[in-house]
Design a protein. Sequence first.
Length: 339
Amino acid sequence: MPKNWTIKRIEPGVHRVEFGGSNYPQLWAFLSSDWHWDNPTARLDLIERDLRQAKKVGGCVISAGDFFCAMQGKFDKRSSKDDLRPEHAGGSYLDRLVDTAAEFLTPYADVMGLMTLGNHETSIYGRHETCLITRLVERLRLAGSDCKVGGYNGWVQFMGRSKSGSTSAQWRLYYHHGSGGDSPVTQGLLGMNRVSQYVDADGILSGHIHARNLSTVCRERLSPNGQRRVGETALIRTSTYKDEYAPLNGFHIEKGRGPRPVMRPGYWLSLKLDRTKTFLETSFHDVPPGVSDDAGSSDDDDNARARPVRSRSGNGKQRSAASGGRKARKKGGRTAAGR
């Protein structure tokens, strides 16, 4: 599927992804975080699987912090030769990280949309006064990518436009890499709910704790003309490609932490301009329908089932609190993404 989107910086911390090309355009966005690409336990095969899928659907890939692990340099008390990939061994450790990551991502440069900072990148910036994400994105842009750099938190405004360009609708995503420590019981849902109290967004994306879940909070508001309206906010927590449980030793095991959902750490978000051209229909998937899952497990036959989440429209309209004005969800239609 040809790429039908562009991304541009509106102001510091705000980027707009515009898509179109048809009367009712659709965009696939891959929401992810915590790739920890350079860690020896990172599942590079799964990263490439998801990037290949992005190429097939012309998608927009968002990496919300901690693309790098970057813990094996000087002045890092966590450094260990056991956690150093051979290609990164040498005096120019940080340069090698950028060089090899750029080589890895260059075949997928056209689908890389936004790469943001996580605590691993800010740690390097604080110790060495260089931003690994900025340097990596500069290399991707030299390869023809439109990829942009985001901060530790920020906004992505998805804007779908009809073919004529006369009508459009938006879906607003707030991202924050995450904070705090391991949350084995709540899986970070308490923190996400706290953010939803002070951020008015259609979706909130976070990572950091290597948990994966998808939830929804609703609010009722009164419209300017006195009508009751209910709006939904999707709470999206993405996991990691780093499989620290498999070695059965090391920091993760010593802290008593369990396995993480590494097979499907991210979510595919579908955004499509609806027939009235007043809002974007949204749904979350494990895999885009019709796209092969060549590195996944064999028990994912239902991976294309969607969890629909209706957004606010481009002109601020929301569904009526009394009418239940969205399509009913089919029973049994959730995947692991919605459980």
